[in-house]
Design a binder for this molecule. Structure first.
Ligand code: ACM
Length: 768
């Protein structure tokens, strides 16, 4: 997977020859924890000290903005403006026409001087952001007399020009203040494209002067099913990040409404803010589907003037009607004037075309145009819009459905349907440029325990699985993380979902080298910085905690925090732990049944995710007085589709013996149930943990006790359970279902703190 990445690195080395310092990799990471990691970083001896006499000089007018950034940051810490002329040591920003990459820069720190070089303001900005990350974290919020920075030589440039983040402001709304914070987070990590998903079925968020009802009506709603789903999570977990954000609630004519929108004036001022941080804002007005908010305000937009839904999605607007096409152009006319971006995003995803098929207007239109497939209507719409955008000097971007029935090669395709992996190749053969934002790794609305930091880091937009030739790979403009906000009603939750995953994506898009171990190590020093910036990032996991724990007599429970910076605190009275709850700084003696809730806390008292652990006192389960049973288990196979093991039909289609827990190779059904029954003989008295990983569902009983419930139709997922067992034989039962699409069934065990292992065949017995 990383072959491409290595080749890129080797080619970057050619941009400048520098001698290697003699510190080891570990020291280098600690001294220079930059994310995304630079193309070339050479440690050097000594350090530079910034104090109130240090001048930040930018002889070229073109870097005034970047100079101001750096001066304000340093002045904030040093508590006073810095001299405008050389008084002590200096930081100099220089134009350098020799730097070929538009966003590239060089940074040199030695005890006498810091020099930043770039050919463009963007390059200079990234030099400043690197310098910022090399300064002590205190520079973000603290105050002091001096800042020390280790000497270094850096030559850097990005792999991809598109390093994007999408924010859906329709499903839940986000303030301009938060958009600025989002841009600040992006800029710190050299991300440069902010795609705003401004409209969808659930809300219209941008003022359009010609159609005022879009925001008068379309920006407001009573609570919908997404709001109530969020409220339910808050109620069940106590996590206030799921509470409806008060700043977006209003009382309209005695009714509580949720919503909001950006005026064009507010948006224009925000765009300037983003521009000064070298973030391009790309607007998306999603058409022709996902338009319910607009359709509710202007019902003539659908072919049958109804506000309904088809089997998949809401009724789209009707491109077969010239008045509707004009509406689309009117909207984009105002959008093109407002957004200076070179790109306009048409959306184009998930269009309910059945609504067009049954419309007489569209049937006539298809006949007139000689269309034989309904997809051609979308192609027609996209082509019309593409030409219109071009007349405004803009390039059309759309979700990958725009390429389904043919698309002009000037359009940019945003790949998202990871299950349709041939799209990048087809689009690329058609000479379309592509942005890679596949669901799965780059959908940041998936919770970080399912779509992990490693998944994001290991995503390779040039993966061989896309089967792109070397020339086709050149059409890949970059990567983008998408934050859909159905289940994200607050700014805190949005922070949590993107951070720190966005830092991993930044390293894919900029560095493009397989440095995961080093990245994880560097990331550790970013957590305090993110705290100082008030970012509600997801803290590192407390690993290897079992939900259900068993003890006999007494158990000493202890977990260390993943980093010294954090403290684990806990509560045992059912409440959530808080900043002054007891710290888990020594082993906790558990002698009675107990539910313990614990979480990481930052030094300032912010709480991470809460883990709930149950401790249950047991006696060792008595062994069954059986001996000399033959090896193996009794198995029974049931052909059919079952949604849970409890739904397996009563009569087996076949019964046979097996030697271990697995799906026998002889089972050729696509959908089936399996039951295993017999005994398990454990070799010593102890507390056993069992782990059942299955696709789809499985349940495990020891004796009469349901030990693991991993039932239902689901992808491979592991669940564990603990039990105190006397040495010897215990009744064993395991039921399993497969609902098709591949199967998995394995059962592991561990005693004490050892690594889990597969339960060996020699432990299983059956009666005859
Ligand atoms: C999408 O996720 N519907 C682009």
């Amino acid at each position: 997977m990383f072959k491409q990445r290595t080749i890129f690195f080797l080619s970057v080395i050619a941009i400048g020859a520098m001698t290697l310092g003699n510190i080891n990799a570990q020291e280098k990471r600690n001294r220079y924890p930059v994310i995304p990691y630079p193309s070339i970083l050479e440690p050097a001896k000594g350090s530079f000290i910034i104090n109130r006499k240090t001048a930040v000089l930018a002889p070229e007018l073109m870097f005034k903005n970047e100079q101001r950034f750096l001066r304000e940051m340093l002045a904030g810490y040093l508590g006073g403006d810095l001299p405008a002329k050389k008084k002590g040591n200096v930081i100099v920003m220089r134009f350098d026409s020799g730097i070929k990459a538009a966003e590239g820069y060089r940074l040199m720190v030695n005890p006498e001087q810091i020099t930043l070089r770039a050919r463009t303001p963007a390059g200079m900005f990234y030099a400043v952001e690197t310098l910022r990350q090399l300064l002590p974290v205190d520079v973000e919020k603290g105050k002091g007399n001096s800042l020390t920075i280790s000497s270094v030589k850096i030559a850097d440039q990005p792999k991809f020009p598109w390093r994007g983040m999408m924010l859906d402001v329709s499903r839940h709304f986000f303030s301009i203040q938060y958009l600025k914070k989002y841009v600040d987070m992006m800029a710190l990590y050299k991300m440069n494209k902010l795609h705003l998903h401004l409209t969808d079925d659930q809300g219209w968020r941008i003022e359009i002067k010609k159609y005022p009802k879009l925001t008068l009506e379309g920006a407001w709603r009573e609570f919908n099913n997404q709001d109530t789903a969020c409220m339910k999570v808050e109620k069940e977990t106590g996590n206030t990040d799921f509470r409806m954000d008060k700043q977006h609630l209003v009382n309209q004519n005695g009714k509580l409404k949720y919503g909001g929108f950006y005026t064009q004036e507010q948006m224009a001022s925000f765009i300037q803010y983003a521009q000064s941080r070298h973030v391009e804002v790309i607007p998306e007005i999603d058409m022709p589907g996902h338009m319910m908010a607009a359709v509710k305000a202007y019902s003539y937009l659908t072919c049958d003037s109804t506000v309904g839904s088809g089997p998949g999605f809401t009724n789209p607007i009707c491109p077969c009607n010239p008045q509707v096409l004009q509406f689309a152009k009117d909207i984009y006319s105002e959008i093109a004037d407002l957004f200076p971006s070179k790109y306009l995003h048409i959306g184009g995803d998930e269009v309910e075309k059945s609504n067009w098929l049954k419309s007489p207007v569209c049937q006539d239109f298809m006949r007139e145009m000689g269309f034989t497939h309904v997809n051609q209507i979308q192609s027609y719409f996209t082509a019309q819009m593409k030409t219109f955008f071009k007349s405004k000097g803009k390039t059309l971007v759309g979700w990958d459905e725009i390429s389904e029935a043919g698309i002009d090669s000037a359009a940019v395709v945003m790949f998202w349907r990871s299950w349709a992996g041939a799209i990048p190749m087809h689009a690329s053969k058609n000479k379309n440029k592509l942005i890679m934002s596949p669901s799965g790794p780059l959908y940041f609305d998936a919770t970080p325990d399912i779509n992990t930091l490693a998944d994001v880091y290991n995503y390779d937009p040039l993966d061989e699985k896309y089967r792109l030739s070397d020339t086709e790979k050149e059409n890949i403009m970059g990567v983008q993380g998408n934050l859909w906000t159905e289940m994200i009603p607050t700014e805190e939750r949005a922070d949590y979902m993107i951070m720190p995953r966005m830092t991993a994506l930044a390293e894919v898009g900029w560095t493009y080298r397989p440095l995961y171990t080093s990245y994880r190590k560097r990331l550790e020093s970013h957590y305090p910085r993110l705290d100082d910036l008030n970012i509600n990032y997801r803290m590192p996991d407390i690993i290897d905690v079992a939900e259900n724990n068993v003890f006999v007599g007494e158990k000493l429970f202890f977990k260390a925090a993943p980093l010294k910076y954090y403290t684990i605190r806990y509560a045992t009275d059912g409440s959530l732990p808080h900043a002054s709850s007891k710290a888990l700084d020594k082993p906790l003696s558990v002698k009675q049944n107990l539910t313990l809730k614990m979480a990481l806390f930052t030094p300032s008292g912010r709480r991470g995710d809460v883990s709930t652990l149950h401790f249950v006192g047991q006696q060792y389960r008595k062994q069954e007085p059986l001996s000399n049973l033959p090896e193996g288990l009794d198995a029974a196979l049931y052909k059919g589709s079952f949604s849970a093991t409890t739904k397996i039909k009563p009569t087996a289609d076949s019964t046979f013996k097996v030697l271990k827990v697995e799906v026998p190779a002889s089972v050729k059904y696509n959908e089936f149930g399996l039951r295993f029954k017999g005994y398990i003989e454990v070799p010593e008295t102890g507390i056993y943990s069992f782990y059942l990983n299955c696709d789809d569902g499985g349940v495990l009983y020891i004796g009469d006790q349901l030990l693991i419930d991993n039932d239902g139709l689901h992808p491979a997922k592991e669940k564990g359970g603990q039990i105190a067992l006397e040495k010897g034989m215990h009744a064993f039962k395991l039921n399993y279902i497969d609902g098709g699409g591949g199967n998995r069934l394995d059962l592991k065990y561990s005693i004490g703190n050892e690594e889990p292992k597969i339960v060996p065949a020699s432990w299983f017995r059956s009666k005859e």
